[in-house]
Design a protein around this ligand. Sequence first.
Ligand code: TXA
Ligand code: MG
Length: 342
Amino acid sequence: MIETDAAPKKTTPYVAVASPETIQQAARLLQAGKLVAIPTETVYGLAANARDGMAVARIFSAKQRPQFNPLIIHAADKNALQDDVVFSEEADVIAQHFWPGPLTLILPRKNTSTISDLASAGLPTLAVRVPDHPVAQQLLRACVVPLAAPSANRSGTVSPTAPHHVIESLGSAVDMVLAAGSCRIGLESTVLDLSGHTPIILRAGAITAEDIESVIGRAVSYELTPSDAPKSPGQLLRHYATSIPVRLNAVDVAPDEALLSFGSTRFMGIKGGGHVKSFSADQHKNLSEQGDLCEAAANLFGYLRALDQPHYKAIAIMNIPETGIGIAINERLKRAAASNEN
Ligand code: TXA
Ligand code: MG
């Protein structure tokens, strides 16, 4: 028996490559109240039956996550959520256009919903998403129940984009890891709050305000800065913390720093002399040599983990353009920098 209530241990959980058989196995474990790490197109999620309060409680325990931070509820399609949330006409249009996909909608929760209150932290709204990943889709259909699934990492640390990240971060606190390679997008979903008068993005992701505006024909604003009373409780927390500091908008690098570059490094010098070409692959990773922001997003968390070595003083990070998914990349990097100050 695996003790899921125990603190995460550095022992290996049961890891299975996704196949029709292992997907069925994962579905049975989830129905029995267990925790399964699952692949999605954004990041790996730590899933539990969203209608089982005990199972949801285990997520918080495994992640060591503050209980007031609510979870995203995943379903195979919009129909599976009809009894849980209210879709306005606009929410319908948005869901129709972007689901399945990397977009989470905050919608009013129905009184009749049997989603665990712990999953939504007692809020009158629910965060819901239909993931665009064949394994997640097959699993959700096999489970029948919706799955609560935050990112499958210890609270506050970098999100997992590959199975070995999950194993390193959570160990045997998870009952099974359903492995399906690296995540296509590599950044968590855009969180769009549709519970008020105007649509507000609470977390930037691959789908931008412009993308949504072009579908609904009205303005969508960003509200990403932490405030005293954040709408998205996750905004208050330590996030994406690396163990060594990160230094943003670096135009050069110290000999004892690691470098996370983007695009051409032709003009990146080493302080005191030399060029970063002399750095080993351990000390320097390029998010995208071509300057492709989607490739950069997919590489971001894996490369941050790889460079987060105690023998470097900091991770120097080159400027990332604030456009498209670059907005989401910069949001994560700013939080990583702020976490280092805590
Ligand atoms: O891409 C993703 O969204 C991944 C994959 C696994 O689907 N999941 C994920 O979940 O990133 P998590 O729990 O790490 O992030 C959920 C975010 C948090 O910032 C939380 O505060 C916010 O969504 N959230 C959840 N319910 C909310 C609600 N009712 N109102 C406002 N924000 C909410
Ligand atoms: Mg997370």
